[in-house]
Design a protein around this ligand. Structure first.
Ligand code: HEM
Length: 427
């Protein structure tokens, strides 16, 4: 799997799991409905990223976009709803495959793209690492004098003219909210949320790019990541009663972003495959209905991976919620099918859980459950295994984070990664 594809996996989860998030929603419309007149998601996401980054010290190579803002919201320099609201939106998309700091960077890319009507597309790199606690304070505040601001921006890596350009352009989106800054906007609070994104002003996209790419010295960002033109989703292989395999999924086809959208069309497929043939990858053919021209997409030559080596058996699995010692517990009863089980010595279910369950974001702990063999499905080479995972400590929004299953043997390891709890029946 190449980098672009693995990122697009993440981006898909961002757009799909987050629900409210997409490239076009960032600036107005839905934001105004959700937050009330005078607030826009896009403006909040840009302000959030700036406040997160603003305590960077480029001379010592510390701070930057590292999501430390989630631990710093009660500071006077971070007054306003922007930070909690941004976190609330993106915590639904936070997972083991993407840091909150990368989500904040994508949010900024989306906001700038949406607020400029797609004219300013800031290239995105991933790889940011989340802070595990608060960093130093020092976000510039309106009542401070110019020399203080100049010094602060120098520490963030911007000279005086860059500071003026960044502040001016940053403030062409969103507004000052009288409820938080009565000395700037005295009551009555007026609707000052004019979205006048000026795409020609002072190389703004370059400043935004530097803002989101300011990271601690030891963090290495990836190459530029772009959405894939063809992207399989929700792939699954099931075993039919007659022993054949049912391969199904959805193919997401891009309209050709950034020349349009991005917007996608989704095509569902179901294919019956003889079990003795099996499946390891597939290609996608698109036909232009206007010209009749057919194009084969093979994921850079390797084909799109889809494997029957280890399969979650959702129809034989369940999840449940129980109360133990007064606390809610989540339980996953998972059955999986392993092809040619004699090749493997260990089959496991891996459920990621936050290490620190009371923190807004936390590094992940991979909780591993050993799975026991049940029986071989007659007429096939599949053996069923079963494992039960039970949560410990308080449940959080990420308790039912996608889980992995893995079979390890002396010659090979096979896995089925990032399986969704949505596919497991609740009992
Ligand atoms: C001297 C530096 C800065 C000061 C003193 C400052 C101050 C402020 C203040 C007081 C507000 C109003 C917040 C509210 O009422 O909710 C605001 C909003 C905002 N700031 Fe800044 N800011 C600075 C730099 C920047 C920079 C560099 C950016 C981004 C590149 C930025 C982006 C924003 C945005 C997008 C909003 C609108 C937020 C919304 O509408 O919810 N600011 N800023």
């Amino acid at each position: 799997m190449n980098l672009t594809e693995s990122y697009t996996n993440k981006l898909t989860h961002l757009t799909v799991r987050g629900g409210t998030v997409s490239f076009v929603d960032g600036c107005s419309g839905p934001a105004e409905r959700a937050l009330g007149i005078g607030r826009s998601f896009g403006a909040e996401w840009i302000r959030n990223a700036y406040h997160d980054m603003a305590t960077a010290d480029v001379f010592s190579g510390t701070g930057g976009l590292d999501a430390s803002i989630v631990f710093e919201m009660d500071r006077p320099e971070n007054v306003g709803d922007a930070f909690q609201e941004t976190l609330n939106i993106f915590k639904g998309s936070y997972n083991t495959r993407i840091s909150m700091a990368d989500l904040f960077a994508i949010a900024t890319v989306m906001a700038v793209g949406a607020c400029s009507n797609g004219k300013v597309i800031v290239p995105f790199r991933g790889g940011r690492v989340d802070a595990v606690g608060p960093g130093p304070s020092g976000v510039p505040e309106p009542q401070q004098d110019l020399p203080t601001h100049t010094l602060s921006f120098a520490k963030q890596g911007f000279d005086t003219s860059e500071m003026i350009a960044l502040v001016a352009c940053g403030h062409s989106v969103g507004g000052v909210h009288g409820v938080d800054f009565p000395e700037i906007v005295p009551n009555p609070i007026k609707n000052d949320n004019t979205v006048t994104f000026d795409t020609t002003t002072d190389n703004f996209d370059n400043f935004v790019l530097r803002m989101i790419n300011t990271v601690p010295r030891d963090v290495k960002l990836t190459d530029i990541i772009e959405p894939l033109a063809i992207k399989p989703r929700k792939l699954s292989v099931a075993i039919n009663d007659n022993g054949t395999l049912l391969a199904s999924g959805i193919i997401r086809v891009s309209c050709g972003y950034p020349n349009c959208g991005p917007s996608y069309t989704y095509y569902r497929f179901n294919s019956i495959i003889p079990a003795e043939l099996g499946i390891s990858s597939f290609t996608v053919e698109t036909v232009d209905t206007a010209t009749g021209k057919a194009t084969i997409h093979n994921n850079g030559g390797a084909g799109f991976p889809m494997s029957d080596a280890i399969l979650p058996m959702f129809g034989l699995s369940s999840q449940s919620r129980t109360t133990i010692n007064g606390g809610a517990q989540l339980q996953l009863n998972l059955t999986v099918a392993v092809l040619n089980a004699e090749m493997f010595t260990n089959v496991s279910l891996i459920v990621p859980q936050p290490l620190n369950k009371s923190a807004p974001i936390s590094p992940w702990n991979q909780e591993v459950v050993h799975m026991e063999p049940l029986y071989k499905i007659s007429g096939t080479n599949f053996t069923l295994y079963r494992g039960i995972w039970q949560s410990s400590g308080p449940l959080t929004a990420t308790s039912s984070h996608p889980f992995d299953i893995m079979a390890e043997g002396s010659t090979q390891t096979v896995s089925s990664l990032f399986n969704s709890w949505d596919d497991v029946e609740f009992i």
